[in-house]
Each structure stands twice: as structure tokens, then as C-alpha cells.
Design a protein around this ligand. Structure first.
Ligand SMILES: CC(C)(COP(=O)(O)OP(=O)(O)OC[C@H]1O[C@@H](n2cnc3c(N)ncnc32)[C@H](O)[C@@H]1OP(=O)(O)O)[C@@H](O)C(=O)NCCC(=O)NCCS
Length: 217
């Protein structure tokens, strides 16, 4: 799913069937102590996929607890991201010397009503959407939603706070396959300093898939 969306140094693992039943370390289990079975399964799949990705980068049997804002606490010197959507679950991991942040997201393409579009898109983004042809217009909120979730996961470790969907604009290329970001909240831009955040997007079958990377200064 993520082929060509991330640099070659990033290891991406799709959760296999058995990973959805994989055992958790006690510190990880504590994050989902009161979770319903479906949530427990997706959490286990994400942790197992991330563990395997880290293994490929030389880290054996990593313990991956969650932080106060649900972020994954990666081993020192590594960045990564997890996404789940129905039966899809993927983890991506890279060395911190290569990337300062990483975010991935998979969403099922689905109609988004006007009220929801207003929550996801800024006024300028809605203006851009209104000028698109019918096919692109229908998918626009799905693309923006997924891109912003990837962006959030990518920069949370550096920005350190919740970011509202209307605090950022996605700056798409003409084919809507690559993007940059425009921060509307000045504190976020200054926290990122000279680091460059970019992303890529693909629509495949029923899914909108995005990935964002934060390059070190
Ligand atoms: C957390 C969020 C980004 C995605 O959650 P979701 O809808 O369940 O979608 P996904 O399955 O794709 O991603 C969930 C995973 O994201 C990761 N994640 C959650 N919060 C995170 C954070 N603060 N920072 C980095 N990664 C985070 C976790 O690995 C989580 O899976 P896990 O709990 O099993 O470990 C979303 O729910 C949210 O809170 N969004 C609000 C903020 C936002 O997106 N702003 C956009 C403007 S930048």
C-alpha cells in the first residue's frame, strides 16, 4: 500500500493475520486495559507490525507503550507511525538520523457531508475543492482528512500538542499526489523551525493512503 510513498530507508510492515492475536508486553497491555476486543486486536496488530519493522532495523523485541496523547513511545533513536483501517494495519519505522518524524494513514474512501467537510477543511481548502471537477471534488475531503492525520502523527513528537484540522492547510501539487503544509497557527511553525514536512498520497481501490515525513534541519 505504501510503495513509493516513503523514502527507501523507512521499513513498512503490514500486519499479518496472526499479528492481530499477538501477545502484548505488560506496559503495552496497560494502554488497552479496558478496551473492547476489536480495539485490543487492532492495537496488538499495530504493536506486532511495529516490532517486526524495528527488528528489521536491528532492535529486538521492542516494548512500545503509548504516551498521554496516545502517541507510540518509540525506542530512543527511532521514529515511526501506526495506522489501522478495517482489516488493514500498517506500521512504518525509521532511524531518527534519517527522519525527525513519520506519519502514515489509511482511510476508506467514503462520502463526507458538508458539515464534516467544514470541520476538516479550512475556508481556503473548501474554495479550492469547489473549483475541482466532480470526481476530484468527491474525494477531496477524504484526501485532506487522511493527509492531516498523517501530518499530525508525523509532527506530534516535535510539536507536542493537539492540532486542530483547521490549524493547517494541505498544499497539494497539481495531481494531488504530493503535498506540503501551511501552518495557520504560528507556534507550530516555530516549533518545527527549519524542518521540512512533506507528504504523498495515493488512492487505491477503496482506500486513500497518505504518508508524511519530517526531515531534520
Ligand atoms: C489519533 C488520530 C490522528 C488517528 O486515529 P485513528 O482515527 O484511530 O486512526 P489510525 O488507526 O490511522 O491511527 C491510530 C494510531 O495513531 C497513532 N497515534 C495516536 N495518537 C497519536 C499522536 N498524538 N501522535 C502520533 N501518533 C498517534 C497511534 O499509534 C494509534 O494507534 P494505537 O492507539 O493502536 O497505537 C486521530 O484520531 C486524532 O486524534 N486526530 C486529531 C488530530 C488531528 O488529526 N489533527 C489534524 C491536524 S494536523
Amino acid at each position: 500500500m505504501f510503495e513509493g510513498l516513503l523514502p527507501a530507508e523507512v521499513v513498512v510492515v503490514r500486519a499479518t493475520d496472526s499479528m492481530w492475536e499477538a501477545p502484548l508486553h505488560p506496559q503495552e497491555r496497560a494502554c488497552v486495559a479496558r478496551a473492547v476486543p476489536a480495539r485490543l486486536r487492532e492495537f496488538a496488530a499495530g504493536r506486532a507490525a511495529a516490532r517486526q519493522a524495528l527488528q528489521q532495523l536491528g532492535v529486538a523485541d521492542a516494548v512500545l507503550p503509548g504516551g498521554r496523547h496516545r502517541e507510540v513511545v518509540w525506542p530512543a533513536g527511532f521514529v515511526g507511525s501506526i495506522t489501522h483501517c478495517g482489516s488493514e494495519c500498517h506500521a512504518a519505522v525509521a532511524r531518527g538520523t534519517v527522519l525527525a518524524g513519520l506519519g502514515i494513514d489509511v482511510e476508506r474512501r467514503s462520502p463526507v457531508d458538508a458539515g464534516m467537510t467544514t470541520l476538516i477543511c479550512t475556508d481556503a481548502e473548501q474554495d479550492r475543492m469547489d473549483r475541482l471537477d466532480e470526481t476530484r471534488r468527491r474525494l477531496f475531503p477524504n484526501r485532506v482528512f487522511s493527509a492531516k492525520e498523517s501530518v499530525y502523527k508525523c509532527c506530534f513528537g516535535t510539536v507536542g500538542r493537539f492540532i486542530d484540522f483547521r490549524e493547517v492547510e494541505i498544499d497539494w501539487d497539481g495531481r494531488m499526489q504530493q503535498f506540503g503544509v501551511r501552518w495557520l497557527a504560528t507556534d507550530i511553525g516555530s516549533r518545527l523551525g527549519g524542518m521540512r514536512l512533506t507528504g504523498r498520497c495515493r488512492v487505491a481501490g477503496d482506500y486513500v493512503i497518505t504518508a508524511a515525513i519530517l526531515e531534520p534541519d
